[in-house]
Design a binder for this molecule. Structure first.
Ligand code: TXA
Ligand code: MG
Length: 350
């Protein structure tokens, strides 16, 4: 248990003295929870490897799952990456700062603690005033999401307090994060580039910028051994609420209503995660109904997904059942997280 210092910052009117104080602490080896435009991160300076190692203990994270290096300027890239192919430059020019992480051959400044001994490093430039100002002062920061390993990533100040109070030295609460889902990870150390994790930046947009196809492996039925080796984080169960979660795929809402009715016949209490359009269909059918957003606005669904997954555990239901969402744009990331969070996937024919 560590003594946690809490800062509440207004991202639009940043108090420069607070940022300076946090920066000094980080450079002296402290762990900081900070907001990004995707989710909150738990960071340490790459210049203090001992602190980077503490990230794993604070999160209960397996040591073989590497972290993302967060930078705030192009110059940092020379330090943390060894070889930057043209494809990477092309995409960096357009997409950074923003919710895209690139895997590149790692540079000399990346300690083995941050890259789990891999020859590559995952690097991104977050688009959030707090992250930007802080990293401008500290230099590159190694950070995974600020959740306890296996739990949904934190997207609100409340989430980080629940997971990281007494574990991180500093928590910076700047309210809800913009996207509410993690960055897209693309490996550009190989040709052609490969999608390692769908995320807040739609893959369609990246393909458009690059003008070349990105290798996207079908992840709907779990991960292949090759993928596990590429993005080590993929082999662990993720984003999981404590409540068992059933994902229903391949049917309209009727199929889901039947699934819920069957579970309730067994005397179990059920919550459902649905789109706003279908909300009414479940009233009186499920014990709790959570609408995460409109099918017409998948950004809204992504933003509310982790909040909903964390809420589930407070309902005191036996089982939760989720609808599927269209796999276009950010919807690909939504479905990827739902599949990983679920204990069971039911595939119905529509
Ligand atoms: O939006 C985000 O990406 C957030 C914020 C805080 O930046 N971070 C985040 O980190 O979600 P997280 O907890 O997902 O951890 C880093 C991910 C893991 O899935 C890890 O396997 C992958 O990045 N990763 C890190 N280094 C890698 C590498 N060299 N090759 C492949 N995957 C790597
Ligand atoms: Mg994570």
């Amino acid at each position: 248990m560590v003594l946690t210092k809490l800062f509440r910052l207004d991202a639009l009117h940043l108090d420069p003295r607070a940022v300076e104080e946090i920066c000094r602490d980080v450079l002296s080896g402290k762990l900081v929870v900070f907001p990004t435009e995707t989710v909150y991160g738990l960071g340490a300076s790459i210049y203090t490897p001992e602190a980077v190692r503490r990230i794993y203990t604070a999160k209960n994270r397996p040591m073989d799952n590497p972290l993302i290096i967060h930078i705030s300027r192009r110059e940092h890239l020379q330090e943390v990456a060894a070889h930057i192919p043209d494809t990477a430059w092309r995409i960096v020019e357009v997409a950074w700062p923003g919710p895209l992480t690139l895997v590149l051959k790692k540079g000399r400044a990346v300690p083995p603690e941050a890259s789990a001994g891999l020859p590559t490093a995952a690097i991104r430039m977050p688009a959030h005033p707090v992250a930007e100002k802080l990293i401008d002062c500290t230099g590159p920061v190694a950070a995974p999401s600020a959740n306890i390993s296996g739990r949904p990533s934190p997207t609100t100040g409340h989430h980080v307090l629940v997971d990281m109070f007494g574990r991180a030295d500093i928590i910076v609460d700047a309210g809800e994060t913009l996207f509410g889902i993690e960055s897209t990870i693309v490996d550009v150390s190989v040709e052609p580039p490969r999608l390692l994790r769908p995320g807040a930046m739609p893959i369609e947009r990246i393909t458009e910028i690059l003008g070349v196809e990105i290798v996207v492996t079908d992840t709907s039925r779990g991960y292949t051994e090759a993928e596990k080796a590429l993005a080590p984080g993929m082999k662990y169960r993720h984003y999981a609420p404590k409540t068992p979660l059933i994902l229903v795929e391949g049917s309209g809402p009727r199929g889901l209503v039947e699934v819920v009715e069957e579970i309730r016949r067994e005397g179990k209490r059920v919550a459902v995660i649905v789109s706003r359009e279908n909300l009414k269909l479940y009233q009186g059918v499920a014990d709790r109904v959570v609408a995460v957003g409109s099918i017409e606005n998948l950004f809204e669904v992504a933003k509310n997904l982790f909040i909903a997954l964390r809420e589930l555990d407070r309902f005191g239901v036996d089982v939760a059942v989720s609808e599927s969402f269209p796999e276009r744009g950010i919807g690909l990331a939504v479905m990827n997280r739902l599949r990983k969070a679920s204990t069971k996937i039911i595939r119905l024919n529509s």
